[in-house]
Write a protein that binds this ligand. Sequence first.
Ligand code: SF4
Length: 335
Amino acid sequence: MTGSSQDKAWLLEVNGLSVDYGLKGVSSRAIESVSFALRAGEAVGLVGESGSGKTTTAMAIAGLLSPNARVSSGDVRYRGNRLPIDDDAAMRPHRWSETSVVFQGAMNALNPVHRIIKQIAEPCMLKLGMSRGEATTRARELLELVGIPADRGTAYPHELSGGMRQRVMIAMALACRPSIVIGDEPTTALDVITQAQILKLLGELRSQLNLALILITHDLSIVAEACDRVMIMYAGRIVEDGTVAEIFARPKHPYTRLLIDSIPNPANGKKVIRPIPGDPPNLVIRPSGCAFHPRCPSVMGVCGTEVPSLYKLGQGRVACHMYESSQKDKVAAHA
Ligand code: SF4
């Protein structure tokens, strides 16, 4: 799904976004021509292996790219207005109040020497101009909202369990009333029961506050629980997207199929993760043609030389030469 430029109906539009990283004089393209759009209250999962570009896409949207990153083409629009995603100072008024991020590993993201109530109240004072008293009241409300008794606000991060710390991170992300929350592997460090509780909490907050959610994960089973739509990324490009129901029932791209096959399913005897053969590509020396061709079980002659375009197919899109001949409705990746 793509949004037309400056379409106010979309909360967020990402249009043909490409980002390069420079390291020791070598440049590598982390994402290439990424386009999608998001409505208020919608949840989309960004899925792929390490290096697929999912985190770069999300950090670009939040204006949190590292200093050695450069936006080489495309733009990001919030309610139709272009965001200055490559200008740290200009992004400050937008960050946290329009789009906020829940990072993985709350213990590293929280300040160990400050009580949690102070850490939640601080953005309320800085961004919303609240007095200390008002900010403390809001921080207590936010703690209750994420299922932590307000009186626990006097605790330091090390006095809380991993799940409670991740709830604190969610409270901080909600402090400035954003419309979009990006969860960067928000449940990775948690046990399965706590993981399920955090996903349930995110779902409840989403419907309560009409939040749009972008969930970054390498785990499709998390997306199945928490999202409406899913975008599969490989080597910096979207290779397939669609509704969660459609992608799980009828995956089209060979990489999507292998990702779904890799999920353990004790009901049918699959008790362990089945890794996808081969390694993700080195983005400095990207494979020619379809970047997935060295690992693809359906590889054809054309795959090694021509990059497949992203085509509209049913309710979603797919980038694979297998489907090109049947496509009438071609959607350029540079939407
Ligand atoms: Fe496989 Fe070719 Fe499709 Fe790439 S384009 S996923 S190599 S069949």
